[in-house]
Design a protein around this ligand. Structure first.
Ligand SMILES: Cc1cc2nc3c(=O)[nH]c(=O)nc-3n(C[C@H](O)[C@H](O)[C@H](O)COP(=O)(O)OP(=O)(O)OC[C@H]3O[C@@H](n4cnc5c(N)ncnc54)[C@H](O)[C@@H]3O)c2cc1C
Ligand code: FES
Length: 375
């Protein structure tokens, strides 16, 4: 049941920007590799403030493919400081509905439904910083890294960057020529190491093969930096990400310095959610607030997620991946407690502040108030 919220504390803040889809026109499409296109969106001046973004953030698209409505997130490869456009890069996944459609069907001038930029895959820039950013990218995982690289080079003159970038071969390496050009013009601050499964003849053995634990360890031994003011960013295929994460953890790198962007739901999390037990089950009186209205409902801690309940009850709750990786479904717990099946998107600070991923969230106390309206 819907009733208006009377408490002004819950009213929508006029400075707050809601996670809503906007219709944008495709301004430009570039073919980057045989199976990857980059797509720039035309942002009308009326939406310019809503589409401001940080390096490493992503856009969420709502598209219809063969009559099916699908939502997918794509990271911005443009930099808010060096590019005067918002551009994402989409790599075709075998059998992938949206990535294939964007590569093969979408054309310049088409309209797309796009949500404001989101995500935590960045650290704050400061011209006084003298950091060493160490980036581990695989395949389309280069997309947010390209944005980060351009932004760091522009805004932190005393910081340097080492990029480890794994691909099948040189031809499938997205942004290779742009990265090489950046390296040439910033040779004292940007080092790029390309690692290929199918390396060309003469490519040194250190840079050939899969990014398994021994390869990642060897790369860090040769080029890494474990002391000083370092930050680490990881984005790529699941196994590569786990290997880099594990090596950094074995090397006792503070997890606060390690930033991870997952593109797909982590298998382990899916299994954990499926196996969630009903021990300590709670039936909770839940209030879900959205757009200044509230939905009151009784919900079991082992029942559907807050997001599923919101959608079933016709709330236009934001979501994309439904797999704990994109953060689009974020809301804030204002009263009571919630548990999450998995979280690969919220930072520790956000969790401390009471934010949850509603696609993973269940009530854990007898009374819970959760709001999508909090900035
Ligand atoms: C925060 C975030 C940022 C992202 N940024 C980018 C980006 O910059 N560029 C980009 O190309 N993609 C990015 N993705 C992934 C993207 O959102 C889609 O998941 C991907 O394009 C596949 O969608 P699809 O509809 O084509 O495939 P689907 O039709 O959903 O899936 C088809 C098959 O492919 C498998 N699959 C799904 N995704 C992947 C994947 N990434 N790799 C391998 N197999 C997969 C599925 O398990 C399934 O078997 C991002 C995802 C998130 C959550
Ligand atoms: S919809 Fe992506 S984390 Fe919930």
């Amino acid at each position: 049941m819907f009733i208006p919220v009377e408490n002004p504390i819950f009213a929508r803040n006029s400075t707050q920007i809601m996670a809503r889809f906007h219709t944008l026109q495709v301004k430009d499409i570039q073919r980057e590799t045989a199976d990857c296109v980059s797509i720039a969106m035309d942002i009308p001046t009326t939406l310019a403030s809503e589409f401001q973004y940080k390096q490493g953030q992503y856009l969420t698209f709502k598209v219809k493919v063969n009559g099916e409505e699908l939502r997918r997130s794509y990271s911005l490869c443009s930099s808010p400081l060096t590019d005067n456009e918002l551009r994402v890069a989409v790599k075709k996944v075998a059998g992938g509905r949206v990535s294939t459609w964007m590569n093969d069907v979408l054309k310049e001038g088409d309209a797309l439904e796009v949500m404001m930029p989101m995500g935590n895959f960045y650290s704050d820039m400061n011209a006084a910083n003298a950091k060493h950013y160490q980036l581990f990218a695989g395949g389309s995982g280069i997309t947010p890294m390209f944005s980060i690289i351009k932004t760091v080079l522009k805004s932190e003159p005393n910081s340097r960057i080492t990029l480890y970038y794994a691909n099948r071969d040189e031809a499938s390496t997205i942004f290779k020529s742009q990265l090489d050009a950046l390296q040439s013009s910033n040779s004292n601050r940007l080092s790029i190491h390309y690692i290929y499964d199918n390396a060309p003849t003469g490519h040194a053995a250190l840079y050939c093969g899969m990014m398994d634990v021994s390869k990642v360890t060897a790369l860090i031994e040769n080029h890494g930096d474990l002391t000083g003011n370092c930050e680490y960013f990881i984005c790529g295929p699941g196994p590569m990400m786990e290997n880099v994460k594990n090596v950094l953890s074995q090397l006792k790198i503070d997890s606060k310095k390690v930033h991870i962007e997952y593109f797909t739901a982590v298998e382990e999390a899916v299994k954990k959610a499926e196996a969630a037990s009903s021990d300590g089950k709670v039936i909770s009186k839940v209030t879900i607030i959205m757009d200044g209205q509230e939905l009151n409902i009784d919900l079991s801690s082992d029942g559907p997620t807050i997001l599923d309940v919101a959608i079933e009850n016709d709330l236009d709750a934001p979501f994309a991946c439904k797999g704990a990786v994109c953060c689009t479904c974020r809301a804030k717990v204002l009263e009571g407690q919630m548990s999450m099946d998995a979280n690969y998107a919220l930072s520790e600070e956000e969790i401390e502040q009471g934010y949850v991923l509603t696609c993973q969230a269940h009530p854990a106390t007898e009374r819970v108030v959760v709001s999508y309206d909090e900035p």
